[in-house]
Design a protein around this ligand. Structure first.
Ligand code: PLP
Length: 368
């Protein structure tokens, strides 16, 4: 089976985890700090704050950016549920903008059209590892005096006009979940150049206490701390991030070269100056393709190739989200949600695997 994700733990990770265990330090300590300084220097940002999931990182980032009950946060309906849940966790209201037809990420014009006096942030998602239109979004956020928050959970390793994703928004969030390009199993990071945001994030993850100053509380906090053992899994991967990202990008280029002339298949956008890190390689299946998306998925499975739909429903259709959001039309997202299919692109695929994926899609098109 050619699987959609493939997790390999290397000797370097086992060695560092063993060291962490041997040190007997099971909570947040020196290795968490090393993870933070490694990520901050890789991205070129002043602060990285590690927490125990991407969802915790989103909640922390929104809190640190000042999001409060009653505020509105403009976001995309086409993402993982945690994007909307983090807004709800702050007691705020998600307002869903439409998405761009090519990148599947938030449409800046649509986002701007939804801004009201209640809007307190735009939360954009670098979906599949593809950077959002940072230039347009930053311009809008500056004009309306609201922070840009990036859910970059899928985009560690991506680059936008020679700046790393994670260094472009007022505050950015990464996930180190097991299936992400760089992982610790569970884990997350907040990155920012704002000392105020970083300070508030450090308090929020530790019950409102400053590290080393217990029982002095600076407001409500959670236990969002990461452990040294988990940090030890991610640190060695960061030394290899350029190679890991490059392998995925090469696989994506190979797939696109093989698929771009297939009628009814639209391959992911490649824009100059923008480096997608291909957490997912997602094609759009239009009505010109002879099979439905479900039929193509079944055909691929019959050839031992796994594929997935990220995501099969919009966040704006989930009951608990509807109950707390303001309804908005999103015609483009309504269409795209029924057209996307993610194919394997991870760094452990061989050329034979990639050829098999291309051949399976093409054979379904001709024999459909
Ligand atoms: C993975 C992911 C999250 C949540 O991260 P966890 O580490 O699983 O909590 C949030 N948003 C997006 C877009 C993600 O892909």
């Amino acid at each position: 089976m050619i699987t959609i994700t493939s997790i390999a733990i290397t000797a370097a990770e086992i060695e560092l985890v063993t060291k962490a265990l041997a040190a007997g330090h099971l909570v947040q300590g020196k290795l968490v700090e090393e993870l933070e300084t490694t990520v901050a220097s890789y991205l070129g940002v002043d602060h990285a704050v590690a927490v125990n999931s991407g969802t915790a990182a989103l909640h922390t980032a929104l809190h640190a950016a000042g999001i409060k009950p009653g505020d509105e946060v403009i976001t995309t309906p086409f993402s993982f549920v945690a994007t909307a849940n983090a807004i709800l966790m702050c007691g705020a209201t998600p307002v869903f903008a439409d998405i761009d037809d090519k990148s599947f990420t938030i449409d800046p014009q649509s986002a701007e059209s939804l801004i009201t006096t209640k809007t307190k942030a735009i939360l954009a998602v670098d979906l599949y590892g593809n950077p959002v239109d940072y230039e347009a979004l930053k311009k809008i956020c500056t004009a309306h005096h609201v922070p840009l928050i990036a859910d970059s959970c899928q985009a560690l390793g991506a680059t936008y006009k020679s700046q790393k994703v994670g260094s472009l928004a007022d505050v950015s969030v990464f996930s180190l979940y097991a299936s992400k390009n760089i992982f610790s199993g569970e884990g997350g990071l907040i990155t920012t150049n704002s000392t105020g945001i970083a300070d508030r994030a450090r308090l929020f993850r530790n019950h409102g206490q400053m590290y080393g100053k217990p029982y002095e509380y600076h407001g409500l906090g959670y236990n969002y701390r990461l452990t040294d053992v988990l940090a030890a899994i991610a640190i060695p991967q960061l030394a290899e991030i350029n190679r890991l990202t490059g392998d995925r990008q090469n696989n994506a280029r190979y797939l696109s070269a093989g698929l771009e002339d297939t009628q009814g298949i639209v391959t992911p956008p490649i824009e100059s100056g923008i480096e997608h890190c291909f957490h997912q390689y997602t094609v759009k299946i239009t009505e010109d393709f002879p099979l439905t998306r479900d039929e193509l998925q079944a055909h691929l499975l019959s050839k031992d190739i796994e594929s997935r739909v990220y995501y099969p429903r919009l966040l704006s259709t989930i009951p608990h989200v509807i109950a707390h959001s303001r309804p908005t039309p999103t015609p483009c997202a309504d269409t795209i949600v029924n057209q996307v299919l993610s194919l394997p692109v991870h760094q452990h695929l061989s050329t034979a695997d990639l050829d098999a994926i291309i051949a399976a899609v093409q054979s379904s098109a001709t024999h459909g």
